[in-house]
Design a binder for this molecule. Structure first.
Ligand SMILES: Cc1ncc(COP(=O)(O)O)c(C=O)c1O
Length: 442
């Protein structure tokens, strides 16, 4: 535990110190998201004070009515008693393919569009299958910072990974750095999220093209995690079939698969339904290793009928109907999903200013030369303190976040803030707490 000299904190010092001591956490500032959640729940309960909760990326908005209604109707029609097809409900597959065309400007057949139990299951399955393709390529490369649970999936699977923090390798500098890994010949796939959790950097088209070119050259599969689809609010990606489109590596290579989560872009996290889309070329690509193991050489076939079958035998029926209805409304131009979530960008702009007005700095702040977008997450630091210490100190001021140190970031001074749970009515409390923190630490 760190020593708090100035005990004039926003939340009762004694209670926080006691809860931290009893939490069993070795270093609060290095805790996982769920550990911070538990600690803060306990402090809130003991003090009756509400925290500014920025540790967990849960949607702070209501789910779309069209999805809920479609699920109710599907349940009333009796889908609960039937096993869903593992490849997905037919009309959902059609709507996913339309969505990919409308919002990424990429052509893909319905066969290559597969529902998964959240993007979480998609990445688990993809890590598993790509590790079986070539015995020399036994490692997945993460362009970090990244989502810690995906590393946990690699650990659970017992697979090898390598990673680098992209902070110092933006733009053309990415090429040499990426190639230094790929040329070793052990990388089967590259994974990154775009927009990025936790830093909210968004790759530029120059960078996506570099990733695609090198993936082609070294025959590496690109796994593009679009968990925050269309949430770079600097551009308007909301109009179906009309530019600008959500940037994607799929424009520059056909050796890709992508995960499109419904959790944040559609506020549908609780239903655990996401989309895995595989390029038609990769879907039908044949591997001798797969044939030897599963009796069928096709990448796509094995993803569905071996991997996803073994993991969960498909996705619950009702959420597939809910997602299909939301996508249909969006594809038909009847529902603007981006309008709903733009709120996050507006909150972020205000919250970032509250931090910087009170002595804090934004850590990841640029996409090449352009200022970073305001969105679901931002990263911040306080001069003279590393992130682990900063996080523990902020707990005494009723503010929770996570340390960048657990995300593969080399910016160990930084924390990640998620804006989704902070309501506008809490901005005043946030400002007061940040001001007091700054006064006590200047
Ligand atoms: C980068 C990233 N990928 C994947 C996920 C998981 O998405 P899902 O809820 O669809 O499983 C998240 C959730 O926070 C995420 O941030």
């Amino acid at each position: 535990m760190i020593e708090i000299q100035n005990k004039n904190t926003s939340i009762d010092y004694q209670t926080v110190a006691e809860k931290i001591k009893n939490s069993g956490l070795k270093t609060v500032g290095r805790s996982s998201i769920r550990e911070i959640v538990r600690l803060v729940n306990e402090i809130e309960q003991a003090t009756g004070e509400k925290f500014i909760r920025m540790e967990m990326g849960v949607p702070g908005l209501a789910p779309p009515e069209v999805g809920t209604q479609a699920e109710i109707e599907a349940l009333k029609a009796g889908v609960a008693s039937k096993y869903p097809m593992i490849e997905g409900v037919a009309h959902l597959k059609d709507e996913i393919a339309r969505f990919v065309k409308n919002f990424l400007d990429i052509d893909v057949s319905r066969n290559s569009c597969i529902p998964t139990v959240g993007s979480m299951q998609g990445s688990f399955g993809a890590f598993l299958l790509t590790s079986l393709l070539d015995s020399k390529k036994d490692t997945i490369l993460f362009i970090d910072p990244g989502f810690p649970v995906q590393k946990q999936q690699m650990d659970v699977l017992g697979l090898k990974s390598e990673a680098f923090d992209v902070y110092n390798f933006r733009g053309e500098a990415l090429r040499e750095k990426l190639e230094s890994y790929l040329k070793k010949g052990n990388i089967s796939a590259i994974l990154y999220s775009n927009p990025n959790n936790p830093s909210w950097i968004c790759f530029t088209d120059t960078e996506l093209k570099i990733i695609a070119d090198l993936a082609k050259q070294y025959d590496v599969i690109v796994m593009e995690d679009l968990a925050y689809f269309a949430m770079d609010f600097r551009k308007d990606y909301s109009v179906p079939g009309q530019a600008p489109y959500q940037p994607t590596v799929a424009k520059y290579t056909d050796n890709w698969l992508m995960f499109i989560s419904s959790s944040k872009s559609f506020s549908y996290a609780g239903q655990r339904v996401g989309m895995m889309v595989i390029s038609d070329t990769l879907f039908s690509r044949e591997y001798r290793t797969l044939e030897a193991k599963f009796g069928n050489p096709s990448f796509g076939y094995n993803m569905i009928y071996k991997v996803l079958y073994a993991l969960s035998s498909g996705v619950s029926h009702a959420p597939q109907y809910g997602l299909a209805a939301m996508l249909k409304a969006v594809n038909d131009g009847k529902y603007d999903f981006v309008a709903e979530i733009r709120e996050y960008g507006e909150r972020a702009a205000i919250m970032k200013r509250l931090f910087t007005d009170n002595g804090f700095k934004i850590v990841y702040d640029k996409d090449e030369n352009e200022p970073l977008a305001d969105g679901f997450y931002f990263t911040f630091s306080y001069p003279g303190m590393d992130g682990v210490e900063l996080l523990e100190r902020l707990i005494y001021y009723g503010i929770s976040a996570i340390s960048l140190a657990i995300t593969g970031s080399e910016r160990v001074e930084g924390l990640r803030a998620c804006v989704s749970q902070t309501q506008r009515s809490q901005f005043e409390a946030l400002e007061q707490r940040l001001r007091l923190f700054n006064q006590n630490h200047k």
